[in-house]
Design a protein around this ligand. Structure first.
Ligand SMILES: [Zn+2]
Ligand SMILES: [Zn+2]
Length: 389
């Protein structure tokens, strides 16, 4: 978010007042993970596609961030992201007197791209910008730009953003409506998308909604994305060093977007995002459509062993060995088949295994217990349901 300008103070105030209404607090129990890795990774899906971690929203000293663009490359590389977008504010530069760019809005990206090449980074910087408007418009990230300087700048931050969004569109950009809950009044009507943004969606100028930003998640934003057929994204919107916002060595991770793509190239990531092949990753919880969460969580959770157990007390006991190949734990609630010796709700650790016994299983090979994944949401009120196979 734009942190310091006078113009943004209204938005910031709205954000603070909106926080109790929209922010949900996920289970703190899951908010640390074992191991010392900074990696955000998931196994290949059943269809052979990759699940890539992408940060769609970052700042540097070229707008109101406090780090040099090359540092963002090191951070993203350390976090094993597939890609991250350089999205400094187009219309606002806090350090204009110190960082003299001659209004070159490509410069932060170019420094990042040069640095990525210099250190042989695997992470891919994406050329982007944040089109910044006061209420009623809000902030919009344009990703995969070819030339950020072709976009009209609005130093007043009050004008209709359409000319800037159209200029981004002409370059084939992917456009995200950022942190919608920074705008007031989103919970006042049945359809919470305000008229201004509905107009932009009708004009095909918005592709996605940021439903999680930094340390905030919005159920209203998630609903809007689903209802208006827009992609779901999450992002760090980092302004300082990434390790100031998150205790990553202790097991936390930055808020990010998972993209299901055929490979890690920029073209594949862009195509996947354009097809809404995304989910938001926020505090070890996934938010997305059923199709994507099925593939992501279904690819991570596998039954790797099943055998009959002799028991004098109970009939037809089967032992299932379950594996989780994701970097994050999953909380599972068994829907119908109650485990014999475990509670109905279990946590399978990150990159870990769990052995669970079930009774009265006559057909062991076909046995596939249904679970609700308590830290995966297909809408703000509904958990993903999976059959364990
Ligand atoms: Zn921002
Ligand atoms: Zn913003």
């Amino acid at each position: 978010m734009l942190k310091t300008s006078l113009a943004a103070s209204i938005a910031a105030a709205a954000l603070l007042s909106a926080q109790p209404a929209f922010a949900q607090s996920p289970d703190e129990m899951t908010w640390t993970r074992a191991g010392d890795t900074r990696r955000i990774d998931f196994p290949i899906t059943a269809k052979g596609e990759r699940v890539l971690a992408v940060d769609t929203h970052t700042h540097t000293v070229f707008s109101d961030g406090v780090v040099w663009p090359a540092v963002r490359v090191w951070e993203a590389e350390q976090d094993h992201l597939a890609a991250y977008a350089v999205t400094d504010h187009l219309d606002y530069q806090r350090y204009k007197a110190d960082v003299r760019t001659g209004d070159d809005h490509n410069r932060a990206y170019e420094i990042a791209a040069e640095e990525a090449k210099r250190i042989g980074a695997k992470v891919l910087p994406i050329r982007g910008t944040e089109i910044t408007r006061n209420a009623p418009w809000g902030h919009f990230n344009a990703l995969f730009l070819k030339d950020a300087n072709a976009l009209p700048v609005d130093a007043t931050m009050n004008l209709d953003p359409r000319p800037a969004l159209r200029a981004a569109r002409e370059q084939g950009a992917f456009v995200i409506w950022n942190h919608p809950w920074a705008l007031p009044g989103l919970d006042a009507v049945a359809d919470p998308m305000p008229a201004a943004q509905r107009g932009l969606v009708a004009d095909h100028l918005v592709d996605a909604v940021e439903i999680a930003n930094s340390s905030q998640y919005s159920a209203v934003a998630f609903d809007m994305a689903l209802k208006h057929d827009l992609a779901v994204v999450g992002a760090s919107d980092v302004h300082g060093p990434i390790d100031v916002d998150w205790q990553i060595p202790e097991g936390q991770h930055r808020t990010a977007t998972l993209v299901i793509a055929r490979d890690g190239s920029g073209a594949a990531i862009q195509e996947a995002m354009a097809h809404s092949r995304t989910a938001a990753l926020y505090r070890q919880t996934l938010y997305g459509r059923r199709r994507e969460l099925d593939e992501i969580v279904g690819g991570a959770l596998r039954v790797v062993g099943r055998k009959r157990i002799e028991s004098f007390l109970t009939k037809d006991v089967v032992e299932l060995e379950l594996r989780n190949d994701a970097f994050m734990p999953f909380q599972l609630r068994f829907a119908a088949d109650s485990p014999l010796t475990s509670p109905r709700v279990v946590t399978i650790p990150a990159s870990g295994k769990l052995v669970i016994l079930f009774a009265n299983v006559t057909d062991m090979e076909a046995f596939a217990p249904k679970v609700e994944v308590l830290n995966a949401f297909v809408d703000p009120r509904t958990n993903l349901i999976l059959s364990l196979r």
